[in-house]
Design a binder for this molecule. Structure first.
Ligand code: XMP
Length: 183
């Protein structure tokens, strides 16, 4: 299975059909939560692009969309602990229902930092949605409102997630061979 996906992949953690099924049910959960309220989605680039694309067209409520760019990992597999927001959203968030969408919640430092920035704009509400949650690695005090999958403490790639900007186009969530991370 793994080599059929990519020769650098050691193990597929979550297959594409499972991801798609879960995103469909996640969209229903989010829709049930907001009803007919308009939601302003802020999505964290680049990692959440693929997830957001699949989620967005399944959301039943009216939406506005904007993006934020944040980095703490560089080309490695561990957070530097310093989160830099290099491009912020343009839409006004004051009095809006905001849903922050990211690919993965790991230490939580990235999402906590972005949430703090969003709260300064006084939204009507702020909720968070991640495709993947690694609760074992949490440092920041943050719990996501909507989670696709809980995963073990492994650095994963695919479905938008990268290692040194590669592997974002893998259709599944996978763990690479150890020699790839070491290289
Ligand atoms: P933190 O630790 O701040 O991490 O919660 C959030 C951001 O770090 C990246 N990240 C990963 N990227 N595989 C990846 O490809 C992983 O296992 C991983 N863990 C964290 C990701 O960009 C996320 O938004």
């Amino acid at each position: 299975m793994s080599n059929a996906v990519h020769p650098d992949v050691e193990r597929v953690l979550i297959t594409e059909p499972r991801i798609h099924r879960r995103i469909a049910s996640l969209a229903r959960e989010i829709g049930d939560c907001y009803g007919d309220d308009e939601v302003t989605i802020i999505t964290v680039l680049n990692g959440s692009m693929v997830f957001l694309g699949e989620l967005l067209h399944r959301l039943p409520m009216p939406t506005r969309l904007d993006t934020v760019v944040a980095r703490s990992y560089g080309a490695g597999t561990t957070s530097s602990g310093r989160v830099r927001i290099s491009r912020q959203w343009k839409l006004s968030l004051r009095g809006r229902h905001v849903l922050l969408v990211d690919d993965i919640l790991d230490t939580g430092l990235t999402m906590k930092r972005i949430c703090d920035h969003i709260r300064r704009e006084r939204p009507a509400s702020l909720r968070t949605c991640v495709l993947l949650d690694k609760p074992m690695r949490r440092v920041a005090d943050i719990q996501p409102d909507f989670v696709g999958f809980e995963i073990p403490d492994k650095f994963v790639v695919g479905y938008g997630l990268d290692f040194a900007e590669r592997y974002r186009n893998l259709p599944c969530i996978a763990v690479l061979k150890p020699e790839i991370y070491r290289a």
